[in-house]
Design a protein around this ligand. Structure first.
Ligand code: ZN
Length: 340
């Protein structure tokens, strides 16, 4: 048995040569398609058909070149086919299953966290970027569909193959990397970034940031803070008070609220710091904008807290407030916590 096969591959109809190459005889026909012809022809292995010259039966993917009698210098004819159902094939490649294909049961109200499937994916069977690119050629007009493929990739996480495809889609102008869930979520409009982090898909979070297309929405941050704290300003006082080494100045109070108030933005901010990403442009903008939102929305409360929290100017404040009754009691208690 020859250790390698000399094969000339040519287009079946035009006879034009694609490549002449020596490949190991132990290669399967699929190896030849995948490792040699996919790159040369830009047609993914799944959509290639190979025939021995003068034969009518296609070479079998699983057979070795030796099994197919290609030990002698041979001519192999190449044809390609179009995908029969490019949308379904893309869906299945990217998600690993066909569940919720085209999301027929979802209303506009669907929360992003529901856009996941519980099926177990076969390891090592993630999508090949070359195949995804090929399928995308057939789906150029179907923007909402592509968006849902992308969202589900991000929300499912998974091995590197999935991240690579998501990374490719994230650069596609048809894709919105800033997509959000609906306004009836609490807090409103959870973003892809936030929900991906809920699921601990660190690679996808990194991919979203690396896309360079994430935006920081100051107005939405402010709106969420207002929604969360209407009639609940204790939350803000308590967030400001829990800071152990408070210097008692305005800046440290703002920092305490940023660090302690339970928000989705806090989760993202904390994660950015844990990862050491805080000086990257998007991350820095995110952290700064969140702090600005806190200062803007809680400006009055912060002013009050900083007055009460300054022990040199208001040495007897704790006692005074305690004597005053309800509101003062709470603030006095805060002060005690802060002093610890
Ligand atoms: Zn499924």
């Amino acid at each position: 048995m020859a250790s390698s096969c000399n094969i000339r591959v040519q287009h079946a109809f035009s006879g034009e040569e694609i490549i002449s190459i020596a490949v190991p005889a132990t290669y399967s026909v699929y190896d030849l398609k995948l490792r040699v012809l996919e790159e040369t022809t830009q047609i993914p292995a799944e959509y290639q058909t190979l025939l021995r010259e003068g034969d009518v039966v296609p070479l079998r993917d699983t057979a070795t070149l030796h099994d197919e009698g290609l030990d002698q210098p041979s001519v192999v004819l190449f044809t390609s086919r179009e995908p029969k159902m490019p949308d379904l094939e893309l869906w299945e490649a990217c998600q690993g299953c066909r569940c919720d294909f085209r999301e027929p049961n979802y209303s506009s109200c669907t929360d992003l966290s529901e856009k996941v499937c519980r099926c177990t994916r076969a390891p090592g069977r993630g999508p090949r970027l070359s195949r995804v690119k090929y399928l995308l050629r057939y789906l150029s007009d179907d923007v909402p569909f592509l968006q849902s493929v992308f969202e589900r990739l991000v929300l499912a996480g998974g091995e590197e193959a999935y991240t690579l495809v998501a990374e490719h889609l994230a650069q596609d102008p048809r894709i919105n990397v800033n997509a959000v869930g609906c306004s009836c979520s609490v807090p409103i409009f959870p973003s892809l970034l936030e929900v991906a982090l809920d699921f601990q898909h660190v690679d996808m979070v990194r991919m979203l940031i690396d896309s360079g297309r994430l935006e920081v929405d100051y107005t939405l941050m402010c709106q969420r803070l207002k929604n969360q704290t209407t009639d609940h300003s204790e939350e803000v006082w308590s967030a400001a008070g829990r800071f152990e080494d408070s210097r008692g100045d305005r800046q440290s109070i703002v920092e305490s609220i940023v660090a302690n108030l339970q928000t989705r933005e806090r989760t993202i901010s904390k994660f950015i710091r844990q990862q050491g990403w805080q000086s990257e442009p998007f991350c820095k903008l995110y952290l700064d904008t969140y702090q600005m939102s806190i200062e803007h929305v809680f400006g009055d409360a912060i002013d009050q807290i900083s007055q009460y929290a300054n022990p040199s100017e208001f040495p007897a404040l704790g006692e005074t407030l305690l004597r005053r009754g309800h509101g003062g009691r709470r603030k006095g208690a805060q002060k005690e916590v802060r002093r610890r």
